[in-house]
Ligand binder design. Structure first.
Ligand code: SAH
Length: 519
């Protein structure tokens, strides 16, 4: 699912993702990496570093007039994510279109933050780097864009963060520092171990990045703690300290550290783009800074809380109650009748369910779907074909265990080549092959037609329920009385793909209404 809608409001790609076909027609270098998929759409294979690099260079040229060079063996930045961070810094320092002074810790070969900040807002930058190759490229990228007046790239020793870089300039107050730190503590973390739920979609693109770029002793947590430590000495030399985080779980311990150290102003945010999320933390020792609020939890919860629902009109209720009584249901409320019919269907579908206490006249079931048994053969085949065509890298486990359609992956989204799990590297290639096989087997498996009265596909019936630990999703199903009608609501609890709950909801509604139509 694309997170683009949650990009920073000023991000130019928020409602306008890059038009690959147009860019390909204009930039021959980029055209080489654009293919047309089965639906006629121009797509880029984000697993190829060359393609990612071509896209980044093309976007920087087309949208910012920047010409950059980056070696394949160093981190290739993605533009929408970098813009999200720049816009957030603007929010922190109120610095849109105003000359401000910032530090980019670890600027990379691209020198992307200083180049964007200087071009978009006329900001001055001190850009630090430890890696020789990155330093050389960054220096050249600044020069060839004639931004040397605004951006100064300095080579620093590994142990350094802010202290040494600022040693010589004792007077200047910087408005901010920003940093995209090396994320990983060790090779295991870099391979995605512990960083991603096994059921989450696989990385959609390749890992690029040299060792010092992606690994730091103690991972990002220690790296950022070192920045915090420097900031405790530098205090008001910078108005805002900020850092991006590759893992959400880094946020809490770092905030705790800032709290323990008595840092007065702390805030955080999240950057959403494509299928990748990042987090960022900022702190200040100034009392007069405006602190942008973190993303609203309430808004997100409301979004999550809004259930899927369907209404069963009074006429249908009567018949459903008759049907339920024939099945042995003795409850007097329509909710009882609907629930027993739903329970029958859920049992046939092998969707695990148990009653949850609720008020008189209402019924509530906790559902755990472990495999997709509700999608009909034709639909399933369609989904599978699309899956095999567009998504060669589904996680092996998920495809083999469930035969559910995988979450949609829009190839036009921001590639996510930089996350922990995105740096899985070569092992993903093995998955690709294995998944192709598993997927095909299931395609054959779903050829069978539906047979039973409720329309439950044959291949679901008669088998033992799968183990719950490998669930597709969990939800709460409520049956409520509303005036003379009844409403069935499905509240998302957890899982990977809400489309699956949507499908199940449609299936349950149809099975109830079909049984009414038949009688
Ligand atoms: N800012 C770039 C690169 C981020 S990768 C981008 O967003 O694309 C992290 C970078 O930090 C690498 O280039 C790495 O060489 C550099 N780095 C690692 N330790 C550092 C340190 N102590 N000081 C400065 N740079 C460092």
């Amino acid at each position: 699912m694309s997170l683009n809608k949650s990009m920073h409001p000023r991000n130019r790609y928020k409602d306008k993702p890059p038009d690959f076909a147009y860019l390909a027609s204009k930039y021959p270098q980029f055209q080489q990496h654009v293919n047309t998929n089965m639906t006629g759409r121009a797509v880029v294979n984000f697993k190829e570093p060359e393609a990612v690099r071509a896209l980044t260079c093309t976007l920087l040229k087309e949208d910012f007039g920047l010409t950059i060079e980056i070696p394949l063996e160093r981190l290739i930045p993605t533009v929408p994510l970098r813009l999200n961070y720049i816009h957030w810094v603007e929010d922190l320092i109120d610095g849109q279109k105003q000359p401000r002074r910032g530090i980019d810790i670890g600027t990379g070969a691209s020198c992307i933050y200083p180049l964007l900040g200087a071009t978009m807002n006329g900001w001055y930058f001190l850009a630090t780097e430890v890696d020789d190759i990155c330093f050389d490229y960054a220096t050249r990228n600044v020069e060839q864009n004639r931004l040397s007046d605004l951006v100064k790239v300095v080579k620093v020793p590994q142990k350094t963060l802010l202290m040494d870089a600022l040693k010589e300039e004792t007077e200047i107050v910087y408005d901010f520092c920003m940093c995209n730190p090396p994320f990983f503590a060790n090779q295991l973390e870099a391979k995605g171990v512990n960083s991603r739920n096994a059921r989450r979609p696989p990385p959609s693109s390749v890992n690029t990045g040299g060792v010092t770029e992606i690994m730091a002793e103690g991972g990002e947590l220690e790296f950022v703690k070192r920045i915090i430590h420097d900031s405790l000495q530098l205090k008001k030399r910078l108005r805002w300290y900020s850092c991006m985080l590759g893992k959400k779980c880094s946020l809490a311990p770092l905030k705790e550290e800032l709290r323990k150290q008595g840092v007065p102003k702390v805030t955080h945010t999240e950057f959403c783009q494509g299928r990748t999320m990042r987090w960022a933390l900022a702190w200040s020792f100034y009392d007069d800074v405006t602190v942008p609020s973190p993303p609203s939890k309430k808004r997100k919860l409301e979004k999550v809380r809004k259930p899927l629902s369907f209404t069963l009109p009074e006429v249908a209720l009567k018949e459903l109650q008759v049907k339920a009584r024939a099945l042995g249901c003795t409850g007097r409320h329509p909710a009882d009748a609907i629930t027993s019919l739903l329970e029958k269907t859920l049992t046939e579908l092998r969707v695990l369910h148990k009653g949850v206490p609720c008020q008189e006249g209402e019924r509530s079931l906790h559902l755990t779907a472990v495999e997709n048994t509700w999608l009909h053969g034709r639909q399933k085949r369609r989904e599978q074909t699309r899956h095999l065509r567009e998504l060669p890298r589904a996680p092996q486990g998920a495809a083999a265990a469930t035969c559910a359609p995988p979450p949609r992956q829009d190839k036009q989204e921001e590639p996510s080549q930089e996350s922990a799990a995105e740096r899985v590297g070569e092992s993903a290639a093995a998955d690709t092959l294995a998944t192709g096989g598993a997927g095909k087997e299931k395609v054959a498996g779903v050829e069978k037609r539906c047979a039973s009265e409720t329309g439950v596909p044959e291949d679901a019936a008669g088998e033992l329920p799968l183990k719950e630990e490998h669930f597709l999703f969990k939800c709460l199903l409520n049956v409520l009385q509303e005036d003379s009608a009844a409403v069935v609501e499905m509240h998302w609890l957890q899982g990977d793909n809400k489309d699956l709950m949507n499908q199940l909801c449609t299936f349950l509604r149809n099975s109830l209404l079909r049984s009414v139509a038949k009688s």
